[in-house]
Write a protein that binds this ligand. Structure first.
Ligand code: CTP
Length: 477
């Protein structure tokens, strides 16, 4: 692949690059834009994070740059790491001196020494991320590409610059980065690099859960997340990170009856959903929606394979998974639990006659997640039979319009019964306890079943009648 010099010069025409040139030349240090910014520039992807490496002190170059940007820019530096950060408008520039690094076996923290540009490029993760463009005036725009990153970009190839065993052992997070880039960019992982991931997978254990989740999130947000999850499975990493998902894999046959591979199904659902939503946590719900299946799988001579109650089993498994993976328990667990536990409901509804009361109940239980639930359920239709798919999607349309109609009429989404426990206690001079709970839930059930409207007067009349049946007197009311 050839890259036009004019193209690079055009991409580096923003004033900030001129300022970086002046600063580097004033200090007489070699300076380069490096890594992801160069990769994205060639791929025509926009990026606001510029990494600058200089053969000298990154902090001094950042200070020299600051002098030219004045008080419009913000400066921060990290003496221990020898790095500095300049934020200018919406661009963040990270400065660091070129280094040679070596790693110890049990930590990602390297022993750092000053080095040449070549040393610095050697220690990077992939050839496509190991390119630099010179910023000094006399060589401005010159591309340094010692590992043929440009042709790997052209061939959509992910490959480590050095022996992959060294690159991955230096920083095992890179195994996940390889898979993430493959998923994000639609690239393939070159065979030797792939095999090294298989060999070194166990080293993922020294990586923090937060970093792992960060990469998983990026895989999840890529256009076809299944690419990443397939690779995670094939390399053996998924078994170490999310064994519950690997347990979905496989087909069993008994008496000539098989069931679908729930792992491939899950990935199809995820890809389907990726076409209709960018919501990260809704996509996570797709990953988890059938997670309970292996634990409830049964073979019945009449029914064949069944997965009864997998949605509840799956919901129950989520907390442990969230805890282990340090996923955001407080913010996201209840949302995913709701989606997983309810994901069979619209399908059942669409399959049978759609009654008002069933719709009301679904609305009540799903609350504000109802729209996301419908998207998940539509994505869950992965049948290969186009007639069946058509029929399901049509029925879902019915469910959707019915949901809209009932919502407008009854406002049951997030509803609280119009009479609360306190009022019931006062009305019947009751202490807090079982009876109050029963009366309260009788009102709720009557509204959800459509026996009474969701209004105060109707609820009160119904309450008095129910209480009379229970021989409760309403005292002075
Ligand atoms: N890098 C590396 N090993 C890592 C992380 C980063 O070698 N584990 C190098 C790569 O050269 C990478 C650069 O540091 O291009 C910048 O890293 P980062 O900003 O984390 O990632 P990007 O490659 O820019 O990609 P993205 O912004 O999509 O994360």
């Amino acid at each position: 692949m050839e890259i036009e010099q004019a193209y690079i010069l055009n991409k580096l025409s923003a004033p900030i690059f001129g300022i970086l040139t002046e600063a580097a030349d004033a200090l007489s240090v070699e300076a380069y834009v490096i890594g992801g910014y160069v990769r994205d520039l060639i791929l025509h992807r926009s990026s606001k994070d510029i990494d600058v490496v200089c053969v000298g002190s990154g902090i001094e170059l950042a200070q020299e740059t600051m002098k030219r940007l004045g008080n419009k820019a913000h400066f921060a530096f990290f003496k221990n790491y020898g790095t500095a950060q300049v934020t200018y408008k919406d661009t963040e520039i990270e400065f660091v001196g070129a280094r040679k690094e070596s790693y110890t076996r049990n930590s990602r923290n390297p022993i750092v020494e000053n080095g040449t540009l070549q040393d610095d490029l050697n220690r990077r993760d992939f050839t496509i991320n190991a390119m630099a463009i010179c910023l000094n005036k006399d060589r401005f725009g010159e591309l340094i590409d010692p590992f043929n990153g440009l042709s790997d970009l052209d061939d959509c190839r992910l490959k480590t610059p050095l022996n992959p065993d060294i690159t991955f052992s230096d920083d095992p997070l890179r195994m996940l980065r390889a898979i993430r880039f493959a998923s994000q960019l639609g690239f393939f992982i070159e065979a030797e690099t792939f095999e090294a991931i298989e060999r070194n997978k166990q080293r993922i254990e020294i990586i923090s859960k937060e970093r792992i989740v960060d990469e998983l999130n990026k895989i999840m947000l890529s256009p076809r997340p299944s690419i990443g999850f397939e690779l995670l499975e094939q390399t053996g990493l998924l078994k170490l990170i999310l064994p519950e998902l690997v347990a979905l894999k496989g087909i069993e046959t008994k008496e000539g009856i098989g069931h679908k591979d729930n792992f491939s199904h899950t990935l199809k659902v995820l890809d389907n959903l990726a076409r209709t939503t960018d919501k990260l946590w809704l996509r996570w719900a797709a990953v988890f929606h059938d997670i309970g299946k292996p634990r409830v799988k049964r073979f019945d001579t009449k029914l064949g394979w069944t997965f009864h109650g997998h949605e509840y089993k799956g919901m129950k498994m989520l907390k442990g998974i969230f805890q282990r993976m340090k996923l955001p328990i407080n913010e996201k667990l209840p949302y995913i639990e709701k989606l997983v536990s309810l994901h069979m409901r619209p399908i059942v509804l669409a399959d049978e006659e759609v009654t008002d009361s069933a719709i009301r109940r679904l609305l009540f239980e799903a609350g504000d997640t109802i729209d996301d639930l419908m998207l998940l359920c539509e994505a869950d239709i992965t049948s290969k039979n186009p007639e069946k798919v058509k029929q399901f999607l049509y029925n879902f349309q019915l469910v959707r319009s019915k949901l809209k109609e009932i919502e407008e009429k009854d406002r049951v989404r997030n509803f609280q019964p119009p009479i609360d426990g306190l009022e019931i206690m006062e009305m019947f001079h009751l202490p807090a306890g079982k009876v109050v709970g029963e009366l309260k839930s009788a009102i709720k059930e009557a509204i959800l079943d459509g026996k009474i409207p969701n209004e105060y007067e109707a609820a009160r009349a119904f309450l008095l009648q129910t209480a009379a049946e229970k021989n409760l007197s309403s005292g002075d009311l």
